[in-house]
Write a protein that binds this ligand. Structure first.
Ligand SMILES: Cc1cc2nc3c(=O)[nH]c(=O)nc-3n(C[C@H](O)[C@H](O)[C@H](O)COP(=O)(O)OP(=O)(O)OC[C@H]3O[C@@H](n4cnc5c(N)ncnc54)[C@H](O)[C@@H]3O)c2cc1C
Length: 404
């Protein structure tokens, strides 16, 4: 089906649901809502960067894992994998919908201290209880399975080779958006600049181009800019943009087998990326940065990343940097977990924010959950209420300890 081109002018002056931000999360919400048989309203998605150049979505590493410290995050990822494996069916059986690649090389967390080894052991028990295939590996077991590591300073590792690794999230994103538009969701190339609110309800959005739109419900899917959008409605959310680096390199002597997504005690992570390798890290000092600050500090590669890689995998002494970029995490400073659901005082303003580096894989569960909230006022499948805004009000962090 041919889609009409994006416009900057809304077709209507009022919508039942206005989603601000049309990248991975906003588009998943849009598709799930438009596909919910109990919803027959109108949906507008407002997107300020329709080429998605500066979004987290375009700068992601696109991996999925079950190695989390909270059961709900394990279940969210397990659902994501089911969605990947049955994507065509999930989107209604359209033969044009492609398969989603899932490359299960697993994540391998390496513990360089007894304290972190204990955390990995605890996490493994929780993950196994949730049905994940995580195994604790002692150095000699790792040396047999992955002979290229230097494990002299490693206590143990935690690896899950089942349904964990890289997935083709870009194709998933493309089809959330395409199918949402086929379902009559209107995508607007424009920017939300203010939100109207009367006491306990938001009532509308003003666009940069000047038009004002009435809204029954507003969804904040603004990624690292979530706090700016919340502030337009007089609300707060502890989410800020943090810089994350990604480097792609070629190895003179490739390893000869898939490299799991290895999380080194130095904070550097590295994995196979087709014929290349992908690695990344946070900066040593990790402040909030300006929303438009994508400065790539080249010294990080020379001074931090390469030495860490060569120490852990001696074959990576001889490598060549091919590409590098900076992306922003929507970092939740309160507890590094998603914040999803309505604001307690403003019930028709819904957050889907603060993913702190694991939102790509959470998009199926978030889209489905927010659609259920809007249609039924409650979660009907996976209960996401532990991730609700109320925990901020109660000052009760729901900490996720497995953050990369
Ligand atoms: C380097 C890096 C690696 C990552 N690796 C992984 C990974 O391996 N696995 C994983 O699960 N996750 C990963 N993530 C996280 C994941 O990419 C994000 O959680 C996910 O893309 C978030 O999608 P989003 O739609 O919430 O945010 P974004 O993609 O940032 O989209 C927000 C959208 O809102 C729009 N917007 C903002 N303000 C306005 C406004 N006022 N009006 C209109 N539009 C507006 C923006 O233009 C943007 O399109 C990674 C992130 C980074 C940066």
């Amino acid at each position: 089906m041919k889609l009409s081109p994006l416009t900057t002018t809304p077709r209507h002056s009022a919508y039942d649901v206005v989603i601000i931000g049309g990248a991975m999360i906003g588009s998943s919400v849009a598709w799930h809502l438009s596909n919910n048989s109990d919803f027959d309203g109108t949906i507008l998605v407002i997107e300020k960067d329709p080429g998605y150049e500066w979004t987290s979505t375009a700068r992601t590493n696109s991996c999925v894992r079950q190695q989390f410290s909270n059961a709900i995050n394990v279940h969210i990822s397990q659902y994501a994998v089911q969605c990947m494996k049955h994507f065509r069916e999930y989107l209604g059986g359209d033969p044009e919908v492609p398969d989603i690649t899932l490359q299960s090389f697993g994540y391998l967390y390496l513990a360089g201290s007894e304290a972190f080894a204990d955390i990995l052991r605890d996490n493994q028990k929780l993950q196994a209880a949730c049905g994940a295939g995580t195994r604790i590996l002692m150095p000699q077991e790792m040396a047999t399975a992955f002979p290229f590591y230097n494990l002299d300073d490693i206590v143990l590792g935690s690896h899950n080779p089942i349904d964990e690794g890289y997935f083709d999230g870009n194709t998933m994103f493309d089809w959330w958006r395409r199918k949402a538009r086929q379902n009559a969701v209107e995508y607007l190339s424009n920017e939300a600049v203010s939100i109207q609110r009367s006491a306990q309800r938001v009532t509308g959005v003003t666009l940069k181009s000047g038009e004002r739109i009435s809204a029954g419900t507003i969804v904040n899917a603004c990624g690292p800019r979530a706090a700016l959008t919340a502030r337009m409605a007089g609300l707060d959310i502890p989410v800020e943009p943090r810089r994350r680096y990604t480097f792609i390199f070629a190895a003179e002597k490739p390893l000869g087998q898939d490299l799991p997504l290895t999380i080194d005690p130095s904070g550097v992570h590295v994995r196979s990326d087709g014929g290349y390798y992908l690695c990344g890290c946070p900066p040593d000092e990790d402040p909030a940065v300006d929303y438009d600050d994508f400065y790539l500090d080249e010294s990080i590669w020379e001074n931090k990343v390469w030495p860490a890689l060569a120490h852990r995998i001696p074959a990576f002494e001889a490598i060549k940097l091919m590409n590098a970029w900076v992306g922003h995490y929507a970092f939740n400073t309160f507890d590094q977990n998603a914040i999803v659901g309505p604001h307690p005082q403003v019930g028709n303003f819904i957050f889907v924010n603060g993913f702190s580096g694991h939102g790509f894989q959470q998009s199926p569960a978030m889209g489905r959950g927010v659609a259920e909230l809007i249609c039924h006022g409650e979660y009907r499948s996976l209960d996401l209420s532990e991730l609700g805004y109320q925990r901020l009000v109660r000052n009760a962090p729901f900490l996720e300890r497995a953050i990369i």
